[in-house]
Design a binder for this molecule. Structure first.
Ligand code: SF4
Ligand code: SF4
Ligand code: SF4
Length: 240
């Protein structure tokens, strides 16, 4: 397993994101695929592979759709859901808002609720325009830097990972398999030998089937705990 280099670093302006992440930081854990890097703290934007050779400085990061901010960097891999990531950062800014002005106090809460709605599979395509429009209004009308930058994670993920948003609102799927409400555990008929192990560990009796016959999962009852998948020795249970 690859060991990442943990620590606080100081680099000269002009160092590329790629150098910081792959050379100094040691790359991505468990050989996963790089997906995004969020720079500048909770109000920064999420940049993609296309931005990796960007030399880090104030202007370049703003031009790329993020910012220098606190100088922090959070790297995401293929297992990270970018809609959930945007929601995570909004949660932080909602907590941090002092409440003095309405765009930040109310607008960020509405943004958070909309993202939560989408992560739960209740979103619709029109919500994506709503997210974008609301983000621009908050940026333009909030009183201080916190509110003016808080929609950056939403706007940058909409710009760079629009397909992932579409998958949530149109297909009702989370491509990264992170949004629990959009996950479905399925039994692959060809692999199931009917050993009954999954049915015996299911805490809500959602799995039925006779011994030595193909089993199936009742999606209306399943609470997505994952116990059956862990137990199956025949790779017959997958998440879709
Ligand atoms: S934008 Fe600034 S002033 Fe307005 S509520 Fe947010 S933190 Fe307070
Ligand atoms: S544990 Fe796997 S092989 Fe056994 S019944 Fe369940 S799905 Fe089929
Ligand atoms: S994920 Fe959990 S609740 Fe759902 S079928 Fe498997 S064991 Fe049962």
């Amino acid at each position: 397993m690859k060991r990442l280099k943990v620590g606080l670093i100081e680099v000269p302006m002009g160092t590329s994101l790629r150098e910081v992440i792959f050379e100094i930081g040691g790359g991505i854990n468990n050989n996963k695929k790089f997906k995004a890097v969020q720079t500048g703290g909770p109000s920064g934007g999420c940049l993609t592979e296309d931005h990796l050779d960007t030399p880090i400085d104030f202007d370049n990061l703003i031009e790329a759709g993020s910012m220098m901010g606190s100088g922090g960097m959070i790297v995401m891999d293929e297992d990270d859901c970018m809609v959930s990531v945007a929601k995570f950062y909004l949660d932080f800014t909602v907590e941090e808002s002092c409440g003095k002005c309405a765009p930040c106090r109310i607008g960020n809460k509405r943004l958070y609720e909309l993202l939560d709605h989408i992560c739960k599979g209740k979103g619709e395509p029109g919500d994506l325009d709503r997210l974008r429009n609301m983000s621009y209004v908050i940026k333009d009308t909030a009183l201080c830097g916190l509110g003016q930058t808080s929609p950056n994670p939403v706007l940058s993920t909409l710009d760079n990972f629009y397909d992932e948003y579409l998958a949530h609102v149109v297909d009702k799927k989370c491509p990264a398999g992170q949004c629990k409400d959009l996950m479905r555990y399925f039994i692959i008929e060809e692999n199931c030998v009917g050993c009954t192990a999954c049915a015996r560990v299911c805490p809500v009796n959602a799995i039925s089937g006779e011994r030595k016959e193909v089993h199936s999962i009742n999606q209306d009852i399943c609470i997505k705990c994952g116990a059956c998948m862990e137990k199956c020795k025949f790779d017959a249970i997958i998440i879709q």
